[in-house]
Design a protein around this ligand. Structure first.
Ligand code: ATP
Length: 354
């Protein structure tokens, strides 16, 4: 397997900068997820790695080879798209073996490899079927198989699960993660689905407007988001963000929001400083002590958890906890959070302070 290095990769379409000076190093055997909202440049970045789109600036390296100008078929990468792009007239075996036939490998070789890959993907019983006789999940596994037979240095996957229903998405997600472990494959995986990113990735690169906002393990980007963008993109419901000021008190430092009583101690930053205070819904807890005074406006049942939407001053705060929260619209509550669960961001840049 290969290491993939992106050095200052940039792509402009006219006046639109789709990918803006991206530096990323994908280690051998790593599953790097490119995560971000629609239009942030994920697919453009992946297509440049595949060689389907020339960059405006920057370089792509596979191991130590600069492949920036190497055509796609001569790069040692295999791409899996969300539209499976199977050949309808070929059987499952024919589709999986296609890349090997194109390389004029012997029939025995092809048969051996197709059998092996079909076994790994639980497709052995379906080898004679045509794509139209398969379910969406099976088709996607055939598309994966066609990438696998090539033994590429790296796999590039563009939202491969987005055409599957929720249940199939979950099982196929686990299968890809398992394949990744079993093969030690280097995978660059594009998605806008944070659950896919959090569950599959060894590392996540969160993109916004063509730039990498943060790259880190799923735990790092969730627990220590580098910016308000990352903080609010990951997590459901999104992190609560409230403009506040840091004030010195006898006991240390506290954050105060203009119309919100916020007796929440914090660890560090300068008194007097304006901040954006962030706290995740699952880190706000109900308290009998004086806390943030709020009124419940609605309660949502998520199955295992409930979310209470609360109004505090002019702000709306989401509180998430195991069901039942025993709250109803109109209830008056006190909310609190532990200091280590508070995030402070710069109101100007959105960057993380604490
Ligand atoms: P999605 O999740 O919706 O597929 P994405 O994150 O993959 O989005 P890209 O498809 O990479 O985003 O697009 C990034 C930006 O570049 C968008 O603003 C898009 O409109 C623009 N863009 C992409 N391809 C082209 C093109 N061929 N010509 C002009 N603009 C383009």
């Amino acid at each position: 397997m290969s290491r993939v290095r992106l050095q200052g990769l940039t792509r402009r379409f006219g006046s639109v900068t789709a990918v803006d000076d991206v530096w990323l190093d994908v280690a051998d055997g790593e599953l790097l997820v490119l995560l971000g909202p629609s239009g942030c440049g994920k697919s453009t970045l992946l297509r440049m790695i595949a060689g389907l789109l020339p960059p405006t600036a920057g370089r792509v390296l596979l191991d130590d080879t600069d492949v920036t100008t190497v055509p796609p078929q001569r790069r040692d990468v295999a791409m899996v798209f969300q539209s499976y792009a199977l050949y309808p007239h070929l059987s499952v075996a024919g589709n999986i073996g296609f890349p090997l036939r194109a390389r004029r490998r012997s029939r025995a070789d092809i048969r051996r490899k197709v059998t092996e890959v079909a076994g790994a993907l639980d497709l052995s019983a379906l080898l004679d079927r045509k794509p139209r006789e398969l379910s969406g999940g099976q088709r996607q596994r055939v598309a994966l198989g066609r990438a696998l037979v090539r033994d590429p240095g790296a796999f590039l996957m563009d939202e491969p699960l987005s055409n599957l229903d929720a249940r199939l998405r979950a099982t196929t997600r686990a299968e890809i993660a398992e394949l990744h472990r079993a093969l030690g494959a280097t995978i660059v995986y594009v998605t806008h689905d944070q659950v896919e990113a959090m569950t599959m990735a060894t590392r996540v690169a969160v993109l916004d407007q063509g730039r990498v906002e943060q790259a880190g393990t799923p735990a790092e980007v969730y627990d220590e988001p580098a910016s308000v963008f990352v903080a609010t993109f990951l997590g459901a419901p999104a992190m609560n963000i409230v403009p506040a000021t840091v004030v010195a008190t006898d006991g240390g430092l506290t954050v105060r929001a203009t119309d919100l009583d916020l007796p929440l101690g914090i660890d560090a930053t300068t008194p007097g400083r304006d901040v954006l205070l962030g706290v995740r819904p699952e880190h706000l807890t109900l308290t009998g002590e004086p806390g943030i005074r709020a009124v419940v406006t609605a309660v949502e049942n998520l199955g295992g958890d409930e979310v209470a939407h609360c109004r505090a001053g002019t702000h709306t705060l989401a509180v998430r906890g195991p069901r039942p929260l025993r709250l109803a619209a109109g209830d008056r509550v006190g909310l609190t959070a532990r200091p280590e669960h508070l995030h402070l961001f710069d109101p100007g840049t959105g960057g993380r302070l604490v």
